[in-house]
Design a protein around this ligand. Sequence first.
Ligand SMILES: Cc1cc2nc3c(=O)[nH]c(=O)nc-3n(C[C@H](O)[C@H](O)[C@H](O)COP(=O)(O)O)c2cc1C
Length: 365
Amino acid sequence: MLKSFKLRNLDVFPNTILSPMDGVTDAPFRRLCRVLSKNRMGLLVSEFVPTDGDAVFCLDGHKQLKFFPEERPFGVQIFGRFPDRMAAAAKKIAENLHPEFIEVNAGCPAPKVAGKGSGSGLLRDLPRLQEILHDVRAALDASRVDIPLTLKCRIGWDDESINVMETLKIAEGEGVEILTVHGRTRLQGYNGLANWEWIGKVAAAAKIPVIGNGDVNSVATARERLETYGVSGVSIGRGAMHNPWIFGQIADAWEGKPEHQISAEETLDVFPLYYKFKLEDGSSEMGALGRLKQLAARLCKGFDDPEMQVRQTLLTAQNPEEFFERLDLLKNGIAKSMRYDPNRLVNLNGAKDTELKFGDQFAGR
Ligand SMILES: Cc1cc2nc3c(=O)[nH]c(=O)nc-3n(C[C@H](O)[C@H](O)[C@H](O)COP(=O)(O)O)c2cc1C
């Protein structure tokens, strides 16, 4: 099993990527994952940056572009449907911010993105995707910095039009240097399970590193996906919200260290840390509270707490003071003796195994 992969002369170890998640993986969330993993994350990527709206791409208007030197190697992900706008944005970002790579998004399923032909909408128009990749690569070549271009895609629009092998061919032809494949169709949205058989087929056929994405939520699933499907690395999204230690746990396992058991106390201590990071990043207190609750909704599933009391107690707090008062009460009360296991969750959709099916979240939209 490979434990690292190459991005040009960069050795990416461990072979993990924090999947970009709009509204989640901003600089404070990435900092949280970095601190908890003791800085052992393979690659970090920005939330996706829109390019369609700007006749002239303006760096100032996009908060997603903020990243810190210690986050390197760092990539900026852009999305759009106009090749010239994508290319101009890529060049400006590369020349001014010097990320390690620029990534094109061909995966977003949201109707307001995919419905307009951006994100996974590009999978219904591969010639356009090709033109975008071509023009972005040419713009990077013409820029003062020569950095890699990467692509993130889904396996296709729906079950009847799975075209990820064509996407791979186009990507390789246009000089893409890493392909991340989220093993769902656009129609699925985030429902059902990712189809790793397709990811494996792409990895077997590819000349470039292929990163597999979908439902990786533990060291065991990361190992199993890497061993079974021949991918060069795994990209982890919602799994990091359930378990922000996951990158450190994988790094520990790859380094041959024993698994660190996360305690209930350690889990609850994540909240003041995350709150501090949000405020230091300029968030309002209520804005930061929203993010605390977003994290609590997923993180707290790891408690042995059938009634979900810990989760409910935190989610119903009206303001930060109340949230932290309740947190202290939990720490010294019911949560004190609870067992915590981030791997307790069944799957990242929150559905029980018996309810899992290949869904069609975006049918008709
Ligand atoms: C709230 C949310 C926002 C997302 N935003 C982005 C994004 O900006 N760019 C992107 O490529 N994927 C985005 N994704 C998709 C994830 O990166 C990832 O492909 C998907 O969640 C499957 O991986 P997982 O099962 O590890 O979560 C988003 C997913 C979620 C849940």
